[in-house]
Write a protein that binds this ligand. Structure first.
Ligand code: KIV
Length: 270
C-alpha cells in the first residue's frame, strides 16, 4: 500500500511480487460488492466485462458498451477506498485505433476514478499498451483465453497446451511487460506454463484457471460466491452459496407478506 495515499497501486503490486506475497483480485460491479470485497482484504477490484454475463444478462462479453462499463467502474470506485480499481475496456473500445484507445482509456481515469484499465491481447496489442502507458494510463494486460475473441476462436478452450502456442504465450507475456503493462492476467493456460511465465517476468502475473504458481489470482465474484446459478466453471470454487441464501431470504419475505406477518408494528409508522 502506498504510504502517501493509503491506496494500493502499481508499485504496491510490484513490491508484493518481489516479497512473494500473493495478490488477491476479484471482479466487482457495484459499490456494495466493492465495499465487501475490500473489507475482506482484496487488493485489486476488476470491473470485468464479465459484467456482460453476470450483471447485464448478455450471453457473452461482446455486447458490453463503454458507457455501461464506465458506469459500473464509477460505482465500484465509490465503494472502494483503498483497493486498486481497474476498468476492463470492452470489445470495440480499443481495437479500432490507438487514438480511440487513449481517449477511451482516459475516460476510466477521469470519469470513473479508476486506477487503470485492462485490455485483452499480447504482442498485437503492444503498440496500444505503449501509447496508453506513455499517456500515464496504467495497463493490466490479459493473455491466454481471451473472452472478447470467443466468436473468432469458436468457443472457450485452454490455450498453450501445444509447444508452439505455449512459446507464443511466453513471447506475448514478455512483450506486454516490455510495452509497459504493470501486470498480466493469464487465463486458462496450463499451470507449468504459467509457472514459466511468472518466473520470466518482473511484473506480477494474475491467474484465472492458470494454477497456483501465479503471483496472484483473480476470480469472477459471482462464481466464487455461488451467485451464478448451477454452472460453476472448472477453475472456480464456490466459497459461499449466496444464491441459495438470497432465494431462501426472499421466499421468507414472500411468505411473510402473503400471510400478513410482515410488516409488523415495529416496521410501521405510527
Ligand atoms: O471480465 C473479467 O471478469 C475478466 C477476468 C475473468 C479476468 O477479464
Amino acid at each position: 500500500m502506498s504510504e502517501a495515499t493509503n491506496h494500493f497501486s502499481t508499485r504496491t503490486l510490484m513490491k508484493m511480487k518481489q516479497a512473494g506475497e500473493k495478490i488477491v483480485c476479484v471482479t466487482a460491479y457495484s459499490a456494495i460488492m466493492a465495499r465487501i470485497a475490500e473489507e475482506a482484504g482484496c487488493h485489486l477490484l476488476l470491473v470485468g466485462d464479465s459484467a456482460g454475463n453476470t450483471v447485464l444478462g448478455y450471453r457473452n462479453t461482446i455486447p458490453v458498451t463503454l458507457e455501461e462499463s464506465l458506469m459500473l467502474t464509477a460505482a465500484v470506485r465509490r465503494g472502494a477506498e483503498h483497493a486498486m480499481v481497474i476498468g476492463d475496456m470492452p470489445f470495440g473500445s480499443y481495437q479500432a485505433s490507438i487514438d480511440d484507445a487513449v481517449l477511451n482509456a482516459a475516460r476510466y481515469l477521469k470519469e470513473s476514478g479508476a486506477d487503470g484499465v485492462k485490455l485483452e491481447g499480447g504482442r498485437a496489442m503492444c503498440p496500444v499498451i505503449k501509447r496508453l502507458v506513455t499517456a500515464g494510463i496504467p495497463v493490466f494486460a490479459h493473455i491466454g483465453l481471451l473472452p472478447q475473441s470467443v466468436l473468432k476462436d469458436g468457443g472457450y478452450r485452454v490455450h498453450g497446451r501445444a509447444d508452439a502456442e505455449a512459446q507464443a504465450l511466453l513471447d506475448d507475456a514478455l512483450a506486454v511487460e516490455e510495452a509497459g503493462a504493470f501486470a498480466v492476467t493469464l487465463e486458462c493456460i496450463p499451470m507449468e506454463l504459467s509457472r514459466k511465465i511468472t518466473e520470466s517476468l518482473h511484473i506480477p502475473t494474475i491467474g484465472i484457471g492458470a494454477g497456483p504458481f501465479c503471483d496472484g489470482q483473480i476470480q469472477v465474484i459471482t462464481d466464487i460466491l455461488g451467485l451464478g446459478g448451477d454452472f460453476v466453471p472448472r477453475h472456480a470454487k464456490q466459497f459461499g452459496k449466496l444464491g441459495c441464501a438470497m432465494k431462501a431470504a426472499l421466499a421468507d419475505y414472500h411468505a411473510a407478506v402473503t400471510d400478513g406477518t410482515f410488516p409488523g408494528e415495529e416496521h410501521s409508522t405510527k
